[in-house]
Ligand binder design. Structure first.
Ligand SMILES: OC[C@H]1O[C@H](O[C@H]2O[C@H](CO)[C@@H](O)[C@H](O)[C@H]2O)[C@H](O)[C@@H](O)[C@@H]1O
Length: 593
């Protein structure tokens, strides 16, 4: 059963038989249509996202009427300056719907700071904890009163945003942000963000990619249940999870019902998108890459592949390219996201089913617990049968077009370790295979972290870029595996990531959205927008790992050696002083008395 039906009358109206209907009126302006096309193709702004984040000065209806009149008056061919005048007269500045917000539960000295020994890292922990105050955003009351005037999706509680051009919540980013907040003991802010997501599933049926109506056709890796689990692990508030169960099940079923495909006789899940047209926030960029396609259908397919890649969170990457030869070489026109079964999405859904089963067990709903354990079991079997690759010694994405595994490294190939989506009794064997895979792909040879792929295309989710969530999946996955070798590598990679992020911070006083695998302390680049700072998930991962490794990491051996020397000097001086005092007393007593 498809839970969500997209109404044909108004493509942005989402009718969900269990969770109500939600209609983004402002989608007529921000998601599709002639106004969006005219303005975005005029390229008025350096960043295409700027226009779709601007506030409407009049109702969507009046704006559209004025636009029709404007186009008629200009013979449907207005100049760039005339379009700019229209925009100036009808739109206000971007981001005015949000106030910077100091989280009310922010504290100056959360306990994790005391777990850090190195003084410079300790100060960095303090700085990172301070950054939450810069990334806090609260919606103005007017957003709730007049939502049609904005592209922002109204939510009840303030949020922590990623930073830079990303001034609204992002779905999967929020998982690492929330874990960071929990380590910073900001339980109310974390809970508020989770409640926003729960309210969104209730209103819309699923969680869009980010907090703007123009993301309405796509989600991101579904980590809401894991956010709830993190909150409960920190606060022991089981009731919070139990009360959320209906909504968590709904999100799980949404993915299963809308994204399932068949591979080798098993049900597995892919990324996909349900909207039409180019990405509103990168409109002209998508129109440009669509030029190589001649028919309207082919262009639409291309847009869907790009938006499905955005649903994966890895926009963009050679991971999603399938060229005519069935390999990953190519460019965005080769994107075939919907034909690739991604390891992590299936692993995350397995994890969701396990966590939902666990929450049902806490609630005493035994039948439901068994139901979700069974669902988890089925997904695990499918992952093992289709995605595990004995020859490579790792899990691999699966190409549905050429019916073959895609033997290209992506950190997500190891994501089943992170969520324990494998037969735990085989940990020793899997550990040996995976460590061989890591060696064979030379993954330990990069000073700045494990890159996202081994192929440099200039896209931001390719070599040499390294991303915090991916380091997290690798490091926590290897740690979970539990063998001494896997644990040792996990610790080394985790500590290296902390040191390399610190080096970048020491030089620039900034936290970056992505880093550079080839340069210790270097930040990332490439893709369709400049590298952003802030930055939610990078801060979250570092705070968690400062708490985890803070007692062990020292920034430099030189520093450690200097401190040891100082200690020896002090001890030596004390010893000399004591011996001297005894000698003095001896001489005084025996010679002078
Ligand atoms: O505007 C281009 C794209 O920007 C976003 O993607 C990137 O930033 C997100 C926020 O940090 C992150 O979740 C995503 O993984 C990044 O690739 C946005 O999510 C895309 O939909 C958008 O097209």
């Amino acid at each position: 059963r498809r839970l969500l039906e997209f109404s044909t009358e108004s493509p942005n109206a989402i009718a969900d038989d269990e969770f109500g209907t939600y209609n983004f009126t402002s989608c007529q302006i921000y998601c599709y249509g002639s106004l969006l096309d005219t303005v975005q193709m005029a390229k008025l702004f350096e960043d295409s996202k700027t226009f779709v984040d601007m506030k409407l000065l009049f109702s969507p209806q009046k704006t559209l009427e004025d636009f029709d009149a404007f186009m008629a008056a200009k013979n449907n061919t207005p100049s760039r300056d005339e379009i700019r005048e229209f925009v100036d007269a009808h739109f206000g500045a971007k981001g005015t719907e949000l106030d910077v917000w100091t989280p009310t539960d922010w504290i100056e000295h959360p306990g994790f700071i005391d777990l850090i020994h190195d003084p410079d890292l300790k100060q960095w922990g303090v700085d990172l904890n301070n950054i939450w105050k810069e990334l806090g955003r609260k919606m103005k009351d007017d957003v709730h009163k007049n939502p049609d005037y904005y592209s922002i999706i109204p939510v009840p509680n303030p949020v922590i945003v990623p930073g830079g051009r990303f001034i609204e919540f992002y779905y999967w980013d929020s998982y690492w942000i929330i874990r960071g907040l929990l380590h910073s003991e900001m339980y109310t802010t974390a809970r508020g963000m989770i409640e926003n997501f729960l309210s969104i599933v209730q209103r819309i049926g699923f969680i869009p990619n980010g907090g703007r109506v123009y993301y309405w056709g796509r989600s991101q890796p579904p980590l809401l249940t894991a956010m709830v689990k993190s909150y409960v692990d920190f606060t022991k508030d089981d009731l919070f999870a139990i009360n959320a169960l209906e909504i968590l099940e709904h999100e799980f079923e949404y993915f299963i019902n809308n994204n399932t495909v068949q591979a080798k006789g098993h049900n597995l899940v892919i990324y996909r998108d349900t909207s039409t047209g180019p990405r509103p926030e990168s409109y002209s960029e998508d129109v440009e890459t669509s030029q190589s396609f001649t028919t309207k259908e082919a262009k639409e397919d291309h847009y869907s592949e790009l938006k499905s890649a955005a649903e994966s969170g890895m926009d963009f990457s050679s991971r999603w390219f399938i060229n005519a030869n069935g390999t990953n070489e190519g460019n965005l026109t080769d994107a075939k996201t919907r034909s690739i079964v991604p390891v992590e999405l299936n692993a995350i859904l397995y994890w969701n089913a396990k966590m939902i089963a666990e929450f049902h067990s806490k609630a005493g709903n035994i039948e439901k617990m068994v139901e979700y354990e069974t669902k988890a079991q089925k997904i695990q079997e499918a992952i093992q049968a289709v995605l595990w690759n004995e020859e490579a010694g790792c899990w691999l994405d699966y190409d549905l077009i050429n019916e073959k595994p895609r033997n290209y490294f992506v950190p997500t190939n190891l994501s089943p370790l992170w969520v324990k989506a494998y037969n735990l009794s085989e940990s020793e064997k899997i550990s040996a295979s995976v460590l061989k895979y890591i060696e064979a792909n030379n993954l330990d040879s990069f000073p700045g972290g494990v890159p996202n792929t081994l192929y440099n295309t200039g896209e931001q989710w390719d070599l040499p870029n390294v991303w915090a969530p991916m380091q997290y999946i690798l490091v926590e996955g290897l740690d979970n595996l539990g063998t001494p070798e896997a644990k040792a590598l996990s610790q080394r990679w985790g500590q290296r990531w902390v040191k390399s992020n610190f080096e970048a911070y020491r030089e620039t006083l900034a936290m970056f959205e992505k880093y550079d695998a080839e340069n210790f302390g270097g930040h990332g680049g490439g893709g369709e927008y400049g590298v952003q700072t802030g930055f939610g998930w990078s801060n979250g991962v570092i705070i968690e790992w400062l708490a985890k490794y803070g007692r062990q990491i020292s920034l430099s051996n030189t520093g450690a050696a200097a401190r040891s020397c100082r200690l020896i000097t002090v001890l030596g001086a004390t010893a000399v002083a004591i011996v001297g005092a005894f000698a003095g007393r001896f001489i005084w007593r025996n010679w002078f008395k």
